[in-house]
Design a protein around this ligand. Structure first.
Ligand code: ADP
Ligand code: ZN
Ligand code: ZN
Length: 731
């Protein structure tokens, strides 16, 4: 009997050995069922014929083998093994994370057959007036006599499945499984629809990428908003698809707009599969299988689309590569862009990362020669750059957060029949509810943060832990009923705009108005139709949308971003601002961007307005170099939480001692903390962190690898909830 090593989806940094009884045959990368504790668990074979350290007499046996082939193409398998190591995350969780839910549950890696109701010979011959006393069955049979009926399509008929079952009992019809016909899109492949004449910069970019499409090459397509990056992607895809190869296109979470998808579908007579949130588990599995069989030409999806298996992957495209949604923020905290680079290298194919506001990491990789940059410096077609202006809020009388200067500008743009886009990164009615008599402020006890007032739902809501409670009528401290909302959120802004611009149709897009499935799509469609003239939104609206009639864009309150304790906030603000400003004047109309601030002299604002994102990025990179922050150093962040505000800090202290004592800890290793997290309390838990910094990523990795087994032996390690984040993007 041989021994196989199995990874299970459990939070343990180890695999498990099992006996493989004859005649079972296991394959590395395939699933098996094994007894684990009191239950049967699905596991993935990571090695066969292993020599176990455990006495074979102690080993349990594999109960069943599920797959006869590996579920992972070789490149993906290597990436996942590497990533489990690099992110110090349990291999089983990593391998399962990369699978569609149905496969994690042990379901077969094949599409469920399509079942059809078909009339039997007796059924076909039955005269129309048989079954007179069972009208439903009669209708069903009449239908089947015309044509077979797919089981999953029953529902629109006047009869139900019960009628068909009754017919079947009478021998008049039967269920038949329909095998799926293999699809080869390559035979009918064609480029269709309108093709724009590429401008010189676009053509140069396409030429460069195409010239090396048979090997690994990492390209940064740095193109200002509206410069026609999508057109470049499409042109690159033309060649890849024409050669019969497939493409993976990754987009940010909320960049997955119907317009983007439509542009890919219109261009190619080839199957395009989209992994969007509305898909159910079997639809997701179907996309996974189609891609694996090579039956789909393009897969478009967010972060997790990275794990799609492809038969013949030819290119990876990452749109808005700077977007924070590419980093997974819970569980296995991988960065999809970094893994995508790895994947492209493993598959020896090009990867194109596009952005108007490249991440500082990415620019650093360009400077160090790892990536090559292609620049689109002009807006495509006849669109011009928007003019940009600061509005000093000091002393201004605001209405719903709007200065008189902004209101005046809005009137002009609306009068010219254009659309106006207002950004306010604060949903709800107002961010605080204050007692006018004694100064009491409604606060979430679980987070020590202010409650946000939501007038429409008549609630106070904590935006940190999602808890909610009714709006109090009286101050709990002094009994006064004089409670006043302070500050403006999108809900209030919408209300005031209704007063200021009566009769002007308005659309508010934030998490509250788009929580229903399909609500966002419906609202965006309405905006595109030109229905809404004023759009109010949080940063949800900043990404990838192309609204041709918007000429005025305003950020109502940027001061919060200028004074944050997080060293990444300047970069994030610069990206948000540049993206938002890029929404103005996209289709040949002159756009205008207005920024409301109390700090019009702030250097960050001046750099951005006068010199633009690239100048900002150059400054910011220099600064990071001087103060030894990423990307010039590497970070690993430990987070720990407790209920008593002691154990988490104790654990991190023990960890710090352990790490500093390691022979791999040299003088270049910096340990910062333990310190309370930026948000020191959430949902009743106290949050602490310890940051590791080293100029050498490899060195930091070695230290981590050597120390990890010891961390688990620390006295507090089992008492607190702790996590480790490699290359964190949030504090
Ligand atoms: P980006 O993704 O860089 O923001 P898009 O690819 O969405 O830009 O292009 C912006 C607009 O410019 C689109 O309406 C697109 O159809 C148009 N466009 C792109 N390339 C060209 C071109 N070569 N000639 C004319 N219009 C173009
Ligand atoms: Zn009071
Ligand atoms: Zn809370």
């Amino acid at each position: 009997m041989t021994v196989v090593r199995i990874a299970l989806a459990v939070p343990l940094m180890r695999c498990f050995d099992y006996l493989l009884p004859a005649p079972l045959r296991a394959v590395v990368g395939g699933r098996v069922t094994v007894p684990f504790g009191k239950r049967q668990a699905t596991g993935i074979v990571v090695a066969d014929n292993v020599t176990s350290e455990v006495d074979p007499a102690q080993l349990k046996a594999v109960s069943a083998v599920i797959d006869s082939d590996s579920l992972y193409p070789p490149s993906l398998w290597r990436i996942l093994l590497w990533a489990a190591d690099y992110y110090h995350h349990p291999l089983g969780e990593v391998l399962f994370h990369a699978l569609p839910v149905l496969l994690r549950q042990g379901k077969p890696a094949e599409e469920a057959p399509l079942w059809q109701w078909v009339a039997s010979e007796t059924g076909l011959a039955a005269p129309p007036d048989t079954l007179k006393r069972a009208p439903k069955q009669q209708q069903a049979l009449a239908m089947l006599q015309q044509q077979p009926l797919y089981r999953h399509q029953i529902g629109g008929e006047s009869f139900t499945e019960a009628a068909l079952q009754a017919l079947r009992a009478k021998g008049l019809c039967d269920l038949q499984a329909r095998p799926r016909a293999p699809v080869d899109w390559r035979t009918g492949f064609a480029i269709q629809g309108e093709r724009l004449r590429l401008n010189t910069e676009q053509a140069t970019a396409v030429g460069a990428i195409r010239s090396e499409d048979d090997r690994f090459a990492a390209w940064l397509l740095a193109g200002i908003t509206g410069s026609g990056k999508t057109e470049v992607y499409l042109s690159v895809l033309e060649n890849v698809l024409a050669a019969g190869r497939q493409a993976l296109v990754m987009v940010p979470e909320i960049g997955l707009t119907p317009q983007t998808i439509a542009r890919f579908r219109e261009r190619f007579a080839a199957p395009v599969d989209v992994l969007h949130s509305a898909l159910n588990d079997s639809e997701r599995l179907a996309v996974w299988l189609r891609a694996r069989r090579g039956e789909t030409a393009i897969v478009i999806g967010t972060r997790s689309a990275l794990f799609t298996p492809f038969a013949r992957l030819g290119v990876v495209i990452i749109d808005e590569e700077h977007d924070s949604s590419y980093k997974q923020q819970e569980g296995w905290r991988y960065h999809a862009r970094d893994l995508a680079i790895f994947r492209a290298r493993e598959e020896a194919i090009p990867i194109v990362m596009g952005s108007a506001t490249p991440a500082l990491e990415t620019l650093h990789n360009v400077q160090s020669g790892k990536y090559r940059q292609l620049i689109l410096s002009k807006r495509a077609g006849n669109a011009r750059q928007a003019t940009q202006r600061l509005i000093d809020l000091k002393g201004a009388v605001l209405q719903g957060g709007l200065s008189p200067a902004l209101v005046a500008a809005m009137r002009q743009h609306l009068a010219a029949d254009n659309q106006v886009l207002l950004f306010l990164n604060r949903r709800g009615y107002s961010p605080t509810l204050l007692c006018h008599e004694c100064g009491w402020i409604a606060e979430c006890q679980r987070c020590d943060r202010y409650y946000t007032l939501h007038q429409q739902s008549r609630q106070l809501r904590c935006h940190h832990c999602d808890s909610q409670r009714p709006i109090p009528h009286q101050c709990p401290q002094c009994g006064s009923t004089h409670l006043v909302p302070v500050g403006v959120g999108t809900e209030q802004l919408e209300e005031r705009l209704g007063e200021l611009f009566p009769g002007v149709p308005l659309s508010r897009i934030d998490r509250d108005t788009t929580s229903r499935k399909g609500a966002l799509e419906a609202q965006l469609a309405e905006v595109h139709r030109g229905g809404a003239r004023i759009l109010v939104g949080t940063q949800m609206l900043a990404k990838g949308h192309h609204f041709p009639d918007v000429t005025l864009v305003s950020l109502l309150d940027v001061d919060g971003a200028l004074f944050s304790a997080d060293f990444r906030s300047a970069e994030r603000f610069a990206q948000l601002y540049t993206q938002v400003a890029g929404r103005a004047g996209r289709a040949g109309k002159q756009g205008e961007v207005l920024l409301q601030t109390h700090h019009p002299e702030h250097p960050l604002l001046l750099t951005l307005l006068q010199k633009g994102y690239n100048a900002f990025a150059a400054d910011a990179l220099n600064e990071r170099r001087q103060v030894l922050l990423p990307p010039f150093t590497s970070h690993i962040l430990f987070r720990a939480e407790d209920h008593d505000n002691q154990q988490a800090a104790q654990f991190l202290h023990q960890l710090r001692t352990l790490l500093s004592a390691s022979p791999l800890a040299d003088e270049q290793l910096w340990l910062m903390g333990p310190v309370p997290a930026l948000q020191a309390k959430r949902s009743g838990r106290f949050r602490w962190q310890l940051l590791l910094q080293h100029p050498s990523r490899a060195r930091l990795q070695r230290l981590m690898k050597a120390s990890y087994p010891l961390i688990q032996t620390l006295p507090q390690a089992r008492k607190v909830k702790w996590t480790l984040d490699v290359d964190p993007t949030e504090n």
